[in-house]
Design a protein around this ligand. Structure first.
Ligand SMILES: [Zn+2]
Length: 93
């Protein structure tokens, strides 16, 4: 895939879509859209739920994560994503 990315065939664009869409392809525009913030949010919520429930079970944590993702608004998710990315960029320095 790395070689394919270097080609001119498809463009890759990053950005927030919605709380259910990790990515999509527009065949006509030859563009792949990725929503990395959603991935980051989902993993952060998952690990947060392990921590606050002191529960190592993946099955139970996955269920809690689904419930949490369902009830969290898109606006709140974006806010969380911004905070996490800021924390990440500070860590990178
Ligand atoms: Zn887990």
């Amino acid at each position: 895939m790395l070689d394919w990315l270097d080609g001119e065939d498809y463009k890759i664009k990053f950005g927030w879509m919605d709380k259910q869409t990790f990515g999509c392809v527009d065949f006509d525009k030859k563009t792949i859209y990725l929503n990395p913030c959603l991935m980051l949010i989902q993993v952060a919520i998952h690990e947060y739920l392990h921590a606050i429930h002191k529960d190592p079970s993946e099955k139970r944590t996955d269920a809690r994560e689904m419930a949490e993702m369902k009830k969290m608004s898109s606006k709140r998710m974006r806010k969380l994503a911004i905070r996490l990315v800021r924390m990440w960029s500070k860590e990178e320095k």
